[in-house]
Design a protein around this ligand. Structure first.
Ligand SMILES: [Cu+2]
Length: 441
């Protein structure tokens, strides 16, 4: 299927027919996943293998590229050099046969929102063409300061927490922010203020205006069990429903997932930093280590082609290695299957609540995106010390501002002494699905 000759032959077969019959079109869309760029010349679709040049490519009205989850600063086994793979993504963009008009970065630029991480990102992106890059933050970009630094650097011309819209060659782009103000136990959230803004922003636009929405966390229920969803996205989608062509581009889950619902196409991009398991195939989300020679087969970029007319935008994924993107999930499943049985292990860590003596310090862990033990009962005066055993930062944040850890990188810890009786619920500010409880007697 990824044989260029085969693709060319099949494309000829289709374009020699009378336009695009539905079956043929769906077949084309299936190929889009293998790295075939579709352009429409005179109403007839022509395909080409991704990355090869073609005189037809210039017929597209324009194209743009999405990159996501560069996590600059991450240095764990899943990818010890995320700057190099971001650079490889940039090289990939530079090698496109037709220069895209703009780039969208759908968040998690940095791993810990440290100034040096943003500096490194800027340095790498200096070399890219096109120069015009639009950003939305991921939860890792707002971890330290609720997004203040991100906004200073990348939020020029944006509203509120960094949301924005702009028009380009007849397409209306909307960048949404769904990583602020997480609630304990919740999912990604857009919030009332942003939703009001969105309603206003879309008002008065004709329904034939093609819309591209980009945001970090998926705006559909990709896998809510792992926090891969946005709790108030239905409201946003209600405002978008009347438009004939809506393309929603997200990141966060570090792999391709696609869903078509009416006129809305949802698509998530591969990361440039590291992959995560396929939904439900591991005990939790998080950086997944694949064999070193396969890393660039599971990282990549997304190229989007727009052609005036009432066509859906062609969304084309390309891995850094140039291998077919449909291989990705197989590689991820295999890597996840080879993991130690963390699920069973962490189950047994969810030990029964136990009472401990006053003045004691008792250890607790943050592991596989869970607080363990999830619930504990202690005597007043007990200190609990949480250690982050994950390759991803977390926080220990009381629901009622009784205590709040800083962002804990791997192996860092946080402790709190529970002086008086009561029930203390807490969560992770970055991953609000993670919750825990300490009962003090
Ligand atoms: Cu967390």
């Amino acid at each position: 299927m990824n044989n260029p000759d085969k693709i060319r032959a099949d494309a000829t077969e289709i374009s020699s027919g009378d336009g695009v019959d539905r079956r043929g079109f769906l077949k084309c869309m299936a190929w889009a996943g293998t790295g075939v760029v579709w352009t429409f010349a005179g109403g007839v679709p022509l395909s080409q293998a991704f990355g090869t040049s073609s005189k037809h490519a210039g017929d597209a009205s324009f194209s743009f590229v999405q990159i996501s989850d560069s996590h600059i600063g991450f240095d764990k086994p899943a990818n010890v050099d995320v700057t190099a793979t971001l650079q490889a993504a940039i090289d990939k963009i530079s090698a496109l046969p037709v220069e895209p008009d703009l780039i969208l970065h759908t968040g998690d630029l940095s791993h810990l929102s440290r100034p040096g991480e943003f500096d490194t990102l800027d340095q790498v992106l200096k070399g890219v063409h096109p120069k015009q890059i639009f950003y939305v933050p991921g939860e890792h970009d707002v971890a330290l300061d609720n997004g203040r630094q991100f906004l200073d650097r990348y939020g020029k011309g944006t509203q509120g927490g960094g949301w924005q819209s702009f028009d380009h060659k007849g397409v209306h782009f909307v960048g949404l922010v769904n990583v602020l103000n997480f609630k304990p136990g919740g999912l990604g959230v857009l919030g009332h203020e942003q939703l009001e803004w969105l309603e206003e922003d879309l008002k008065g636009r004709t329904s034939s205006t093609p819309i591209v929405v980009f945001a970090h966390i998926p705006l559909w229920a990709a896998y809510p069990e792992w926090g891969w969803a946005t709790e108030d996205s239905a409201q946003a989608l209600a405002y978008l429903k009347r438009f004939g062509s809506v393309t929603v581009l997200n990141g966060h889950i570090h792999q391709i997932m696609q869903k078509v619902e009416g006129n809305v196409t949802f698509h998530t991009a591969m990361a440039t930093a590291f992959p995560q398991p396929v939904a439900g195939t591991a005990s939790s989300a998080g950086p997944l280590k694949v064999p070193a020679d396969q890393l660039r087969r599971v990282l990549g970029i997304t190229n989007v082609n727009f052609v005036a007319g009432n066509h859906p935008l062609a969304v084309v994924d390309a891995t850094l290695a140039g291998t077919p993107p449909e291989e990705v999930s197989g590689i991820l499943r295999k890597a996840a299957a080879a993991l130690p049985a963390a699920a069973a292990q962490s189950q047994s860590n969810q030990s029964q609540p136990k009472a401990v003596a006053t003045g004691e310090t008792i250890p607790a862990a943050i592991d596989n995106f869970s607080f363990t033990p999830k619930e504990m009962t202690v005597k007043a005066g007990t200190t609990v010390r949480w250690t982050n055993k994950d390759d991803i930062p977390h926080t220990v944040t009381s629901d009622n501002n009784v205590f709040a850890s800083p962002v804990l990188d791997s192996n860092q810890n946080f402790q709190f002494t529970f002086a008086s009786a009561g029930k203390f619920t807490y969560f992770c500010r970055l991953h609000p699905k993670m919750t825990g409880e300490v009962v003090v007697r």
